[in-house]
Design a protein around this ligand. Structure first.
Ligand code: SF4
Ligand code: SF4
Length: 695
């Protein structure tokens, strides 16, 4: 009875403190912006796969297995902990035993997992304390973060020891009438403990000692978690459930900007009164501080385990730049912890003259991101860092015009010339006319009363970049050779504004988008092929937000289709002695999960295909995405493209095959920089097919 009363008092205290903490956290969530969540069945499946199945953790199998063991162990052991709570409240022993075989199974699993989790935790502690793993280091990893992590691991180890102690003394006390199955404890008591030397009182004392130690540690741990990085124990499964379902390449529309651009483009609408009769308050563009983030951004930050998987694959961080995606999450959490309670107490006008951008996250960090999505791909709890980084860039550019000078020049060019460089629109077809290649132009085809099946989107690099013009030519040569029904927009084509968007200029992107949609509408375009993965991603994933829907194919997918249809057969031996490796463009691979199409194309060409050590979803970015192509890289110890070229050199590749204009520029630069122009070549897959066909 006394035990029962003491237990209930401790339980009520635990629940009371926990409820108080949760209430405080809910108030912080109320400071944030809305974020819509739809499609619950899909989310449930995602949660089963990523959170329960631990699929992302297994991307690195050895460490992943130990982590998964701990996670699954926690789930199984949690059953026993819940039973202990009921046992304590009801003052009984084994209150869940009525579940029969399921109970036996869970007890056996808990007994085995206690040992396995204990061993894994000892290994993790040795790794952290002795092995100095680089992913646990970084400017954001202060001493307190390390102490926090080690304390939590020690607490988990203590929980496993007390659980095993409890099971062992339960087995000792009930040699004849065991409830449940305890294989590990049985093995230990039969082989290592002389049961007869332990009297009933002693065994009972130790059983009670381990029982109380275990349950009180759980109660303290549960209440300490929300104040430490280990809050992710509660947050990570729901965070996976709430994570993005869209392809990683997609950026969300800023509706406020779309509305403004529509008003700019339609003067009549600009003078129309708002439906409510009241002018809406002007919201801040992008994220400056904690009250600008969405509740999902805050949820992400609370779910971050500080594992550093994101930072360990970040091309900017790998090459010595200040950016660390883990720091972005930790800073977001820390800023909310600092400013949030003040906003709650003093109202939304409270200011401490500080902000998340600049006081916590510097401009230098933000402009170093290539939006390659390697961080989001790797994060075991599905945090999406690039979208928050772009939101902060949106603030810097749209609210403060604080983009790097080279990006401003690129914006001006896109706005004035429809291309990121200073080339006039009249030169858009020179890539074809200079080489006297016949290319059907949409306006002419349409004027003749025909409607081509495909619009081939050449893109700004395909039209103006000297190296990539050759790819445009080779691709249309293949189309002409196979008599594909296509046309290009010619001088009517303008830049999609993808790079401008990722550099924070949402306004310019929306202007380009709305103009392009009108042009495509005029020609009743329904199918688009493009050689540029960035434009592919934009048309495929982002135009639907402006209610424009097309069937979009990257040229690798179109070539794959032609190969599957038996229309392309290559028998040349010009590459047969070459070792060819494919560099995955981020916006084709991670951004849109397309890894097979370019590899299928390469397989039809007689050559020796090889993989670099970082390939497919693990591939390293070329360093040009997210607007980097148009600006100097931030200070670091290496250029990203050099790090990537070294992968190709290590793989002993003779040819780096690419399928993106940005990757083409960077790989070509890398080869030049390494003085390997005589021994290593860089071709787009369309060039290799065209050469293979002898065109
Ligand atoms: S998107 Fe790429 S460059 Fe940007 S933070 Fe993530 S990993 Fe780093
Ligand atoms: S953001 Fe994700 S990958 Fe990065 S440290 Fe946090 S949990 Fe790990």
């Amino acid at each position: 009875m006394t035990k029962q009363i003491i237990f209930i008092i401790i339980l009520l205290l635990t629940l009371g403190v926990f409820a108080y903490t949760v209430t405080k956290i809910v108030l912080l969530f109320k400071l944030t912006k809305p974020f819509p969540i739809r499609d619950f069945p899909k989310r449930f499946l995602l949660m089963l796969k990523v959170a329960i199945g631990q699929t992302k953790i297994f991307r690195f199998p050895l460490v992943g297995f130990a982590h998964a063991l701990v996670f699954w162990g926690f789930c199984v052991v949690g059953f026993g902990s819940l039973e202990m709570v009921f046992d304590g409240i009801l003052n009984v022993e084994k209150s869940f035993a009525f579940m029969g075989w399921f109970y036996d199974f869970m007890m056996a699993a808990g007994d085995i997992f206690a040992l396995l989790v204990g061993i894994s935790i000892v290994a993790f502690l040795i790794r952290r304390l002795v092995m100095h793993i680089s992913r646990f280091k970084g400017i954001e990893m202060k001493k307190i973060s390390k102490i926090d992590a080690n304390l939590a691991l020690t607490a988990i180890l203590f929980l496993m020891i007390t659980l095993m102690g409890m099971n062992i003394y339960y087995v000792i006390l009930h040699p004849e009438n065991l409830v449940g199955v305890y294989p590990v404890s049985n093995f230990i008591t039969s082989n290592f403990i002389s049961i007869h030397s332990i009297n009933g009182h002693t065994a009972h004392f130790w059983l009670e000692f381990f029982w109380w130690s275990h349950i009180v540690t759980i109660f303290i741990f549960a209440n300490a978690l929300p104040y430490s990085k280990h809050f992710h124990v509660f947050m990570s499964i729901p965070n996976v459930f709430l994570s993005r379902l869209e392809p990683l390449g997609k950026l969300e529309n800023m509706e406020s900007v779309t509305k403004e651009v529509k008003l700019m483009m339609d003067p009549n609408a600009a003078f129309a009164a708002p439906a409510s009769g009241e002018a809406e308050p002007i919201a801040r563009f992008g994220v400056k501080d904690i009250e600008d983030i969405t509740w999902k951004n805050y949820f992400d930050s609370l779910s971050c385990t500080e594992c550093g998987r994101c930072t360990s694959v970040c091309p900017a961080n790998i090459t010595g730049k200040k950016l660390s995606p883990r720091k972005i999450m930790m800073d977001t959490r820390a800023r909310m912890k600092e400013k949030g309670p003040q906003l709650v107490q003093q109202g939304k006008d409270f200011s401490d003259e500080k902000s998340l951008v600049r006081n916590y996250i510097s401009e230098e960090e933000l402009w170093a991101c290539t939006t390659c999505n390697a961080c989001a791909q790797e994060c075991p709890v599905n945090i999406n860092h690039p979208s928050l980084i772009v939101d902060m860039r949106r603030f810097l550019f749209m609210e403060e015009s604080a983009a790097p000078g080279e990006l401003n020049a690129m914006f001006t060019n896109v706005e004035n010339n429809g291309a990121p460089w200073q080339y006039p629109p009249q030169d858009r077809m020179k890539w074809a006319t200079e080489a006297s290649i016949p290319v059907p132009v949409m306006a002419d085809v349409f004027a003749s009363g025909k409607k081509p099946e495909y619009l081939v989107w050449i893109g700004s690099a395909g039209a103006y970049d000297d190296r990539y013009k050759k790819v445009s030519r080779d691709f249309v040569k293949i189309l002409n050779h196979l008599e594909i029904d296509y046309a290009v927009l010619g001088e009517e084509e303008i830049d999609t504004g993808d790079a401008a968007r990722r550099a924070g200029n949402e306004m310019l992107y929306q202007m380009q988008t709305l103009q392009i949609i009108e042009i495509l509408k005029g020609y009743e375009v329904s199918k688009i092929i493009t050689c540029c993965p960035h434009d592919y991603n934009t048309f495929k994933n982002e135009y639907s937000d402006n209610d424009a829907h097309y069937e979009v194919l990257h040229h690798s997918q179109f070539l794959q289709k032609l190969i599957k249809d038996g229309k392309i057969r290559i028998s040349t031996d010009m590459f047969s002695s070459k070792r060819v490796t494919f560099h995955d463009p981020c916006y084709l691979g991670r951004g849109n999960n397309e890894y097979d199409a370019p590899r299928t194309v390469l397989k039809t060409i007689p050559c020796k295909t090889i993989e670099m050590k970082r390939n497919k979803s693990f591939a390293l970015c070329c360093g040009a995405g997210g607007g980097q192509m148009f600006k100097e890289a931030e200070k670091g110890n290496k250029e990203v493209f050099l790090e990537r070229i070294e992968d190709a050199i290590e793989a002993k590749a003779d040819i780096i095959a690419t399928a993106c204009p940005f990757c083409m520029v960077m790989m070509t630069d890398g080869i030049k920089y390494k003085n390997m122009e005589d021994t290593m070549k860089n071709y787009d897959i369309a060039e290799m097919v065209s050469m293979g066909l002898g065109l």
